[in-house]
Design a protein around this ligand. Structure first.
Ligand SMILES: [Zn+2]
Ligand SMILES: [Zn+2]
Length: 133
C-alpha cells in the first residue's frame, strides 16, 4: 500500500482508529484493522472504510451482513477515484462469493446438514432437530 495513500486516509478521517493486524477488518464503532500488504490492499482498506462510514454494526443476521458487505463495496467504489485507485469488480465478486460460501457452510446444521434459519438475534435454528413442526 502506498504510504501517502494511507496518510491521506488517516488525515481525511481523523476520528477513525487504525491498527495493524492479520487481516483487514472493521470493528464498530470506528476501528479499522489494516492487514498484510497485498495486491489489493488499498481497495480492501477502502472497503473497511466503507463499513465505518456507513456506521455498520457487528451484529445482525447473515443476510443483513451480506447486504452490509455489498454496501461497503459500493462505498469503496465511490471513494476510489478520489484516491486515484482503480476499482476492481472481479475482486468484489470474488470477495462476495467467498463470503456467501462461508455463510452457507455456517448455516448448515452440524447434526443433520439441513440448512438452518437465523433469527434476528443471530442464532441459528434447525427446523428438523429443534422440532419446529
Ligand atoms: Zn466487509
Ligand atoms: Zn438438524
Amino acid at each position: 500500500m502506498d504510504a501517502k495513500f494511507l496518510t491521506r486516509i488517516k488525515q481525511d478521517y481523523p476520528t477513525l482508529k487504525f491498527t495493524q493486524g492479520k487481516r483487514f477488518s472493521f470493528r464498530a464503532p470506528r476501528t479499522i484493522t489494516i492487514g498484510p500488504a497485498e495486491e489489493n490492499d488499498s481497495l480492501l482498506l477502502l472497503h473497511e472504510l466503507g463499513h465505518a462510514l456507513l456506521n455498520h454494526q457487528d451484529f445482525g443476521t447473515d443476510v443483513e451482513r451480506l447486504k452490509m458487505e455489498r454496501a461497503a463495496w459500493e462505498k469503496a467504489r465511490e471513494l476510489a477515484p478520489g484516491y486515484r485507485i482503480v476499482f476492481d469488480d472481479n475482486l468484489v465478486e470474488n470477495e462476495l462469493d467467498s463470503y456467501r460460501d462461508w455463510l452457507n457452510k455456517k448455516s448448515q446444521c452440524p447434526k443433520c446438514h439441513l440448512t438452518r434459519f437465523q433469527t434476528p438475534d443471530g442464532k441459528y435454528h434447525c427446523p428438523k432437530c429443534e422440532n419446529f413442526t
